[in-house]
Design a protein around this ligand. Structure first.
Ligand code: 0FX
Length: 240
């Protein structure tokens, strides 16, 4: 059996490989690829972890693999691929709520549930039948970064618990009970521009700023009178 792992996320790549090492997967070959336009992973030059363009290599994948895993693969899966091979997506959100881009950012703001979903892929974004999912509570002192760290841990936990069942096709996937809602990258980008004249409560303001606070990224901003772009983030601390 040949399994293709597609990931643009270094933490998930390393954690998945560690998890595989501790288990007996006799007769199963895992191949690892990242997206052709992922410059960060390209620069890392990791052995046996190569770039792939899904559109261009779709036929090769269909011919050579029995199962495809997306662990945050940033490319859209071509319809022929999801129709021909079982493709399973590990998604950092609780489908069907806030499908698409950066689910925890939107959940902090719109209060829709957040968690992790492992599901079979169809032609729509984060949409197919759900194999397993688990909800996470967002705590009042957490930023987007904090919630995301716990999401990633939960992703690995759910993969560990369900990988064999998924490989052996020994599960019953269930269609989500509604279409839910979808957020795109452009929705996130629009959110980043602060409307300085908008009237909101402190609760809404704190939620907005914590949804925009993620170590290593500059998200929310406004322009001052001289046209300078000013970035804003928030720090929260729970009293011990
Ligand atoms: O890999 P990923 O965590 O997930 C994204 C989508 O959210 C997900 O729905 C899709 N299945 C997957 C393929 O791609 O994205 P990331 O590593 O680019 O970002 C991780 C977190 O970092 C994100 O949840 C919020 C934060 N972030 C990221 C960027 C690029 C920011 O706060 N600002 C940013 O500009």
């Amino acid at each position: 059996m040949n399994i293709l792992i597609l990931t643009d996320n270094e933490f998930l790549y390393i954690s998945f490989k560690k998890l595989i090492m501790g288990c007996d997967f006799e007769g199963i070959k895992f191949d690892y690829f990242y997206s052709y336009n992922n410059e960060f992973l390209q620069k890392k030059c990791i052995n046996n972890f190569k770039a792939i363009n899904l559109k261009k290599k779709c036929d090769v994948i269909i011919e050579n693999y029995d199962l495809v895993f997306s662990l945050h693969c940033k490319q859209l899966f071509p319809p022929e691929l999801v129709k021909s091979v079982r493709c399973v997506n590990v998604h950092p959100g609780l489908n069907p709520h806030n499908r698409g881009w950066f689910p925890q950012v939107f959940s902090i703001i719109n209060k829709l549930p957040i968690g992790v979903t492992i599901h079979e892929m169809d032609e729509e974004l984060d949409h197919g039948p759900i194999i397993v999912q688990k909800e996470l509570e967002i705590r009042a002192w957490e930023t987007s970064y904090d919630v995301y760290q716990r999401i990633q841990e939960l992703e690995i936990e759910l993969i560990r618990e369900n990988l064999l069942k998924i490989i052996n096709n020994e599960y019953k996937a269930v269609q989500p009970n509604s279409e839910g809602n979808v957020n795109l990258k452009k929705d996130f980008n629009e959110l980043c521009e602060i409307d300085l004249d908008k009237k909101v409560s402190y609760r809404e303001a704190i939620d907005f700023f914590r949804s925009m606070s993620f170590k290593g990224y500059k998200n929310a901003y406004f322009h001052d009178e001289e046209g300078n772009k000013i970035f804003v983030e928030i720090e929260l601390e729970k009293e011990e």
